[in-house]
Ligand binder design. Structure first.
Ligand code: ZN
Length: 137
């Protein structure tokens, strides 16, 4: 099911590039790369809560999550990957996969979203980084 007013349902997200379509979700790489390799795993269907997924969809989504996290681990060698689900403003189930590095931004705390700073990558560099991740999926 899709919601025509939803940025994830309509693929109207102009601040990221698609890494790949997975079993039940799409992996996106946002332009804000404050946290090198941060990705967003967005469910294909418009559902706001984890419990709204059928058991087989939930299992497939977990496989997508694991596959994406492993690819990030292999490409970026983080010290830890953080997993965050909010959705207050965009209530379409999506998870931020955030590679974190000792001594890096917000190590030991929650990651921050800030599109106003200089951490936005060019679309060309973003496509290259997305390709690195795609090859590890
Ligand atoms: Zn949606």
């Amino acid at each position: 099911m899709k919601d025509t007013n939803c940025r994830y349902c309509t693929c109207a997200d102009d601040i990221s590039v698609k890494v790949a379509d997975l079993e039940t979700s799409v992996l996106l790489l946002p332009m804000d790369q404050t946290y090198r390799g941060r990705c967003i795993l967005a469910l294909n269907d418009h559902k706001s809560e984890v419990f709204m997924m059928a058991p087989d969809e939930l299992a497939a989504w977990a496989r997508d999550l694991s596959r994406a996290a492993k690819a990030l681990w292999e490409v970026f060698s983080p010290d830890k990957i953080n997993y965050a689900v909010f959705g207050d403003l965009y209530p379409h189930l999506h998870m931020h996969l955030v590679p974190k590095y000792k001594g890096g931004p917000e190590w030991g705390g929650p990651f921050l979203l800030d599109l106003s700073k200089d951490s936005l990558m060019s679309r060309e560099d973003l496509e290259e980084r997305a390709g690195q991740i795609r090859r590890k999926l």
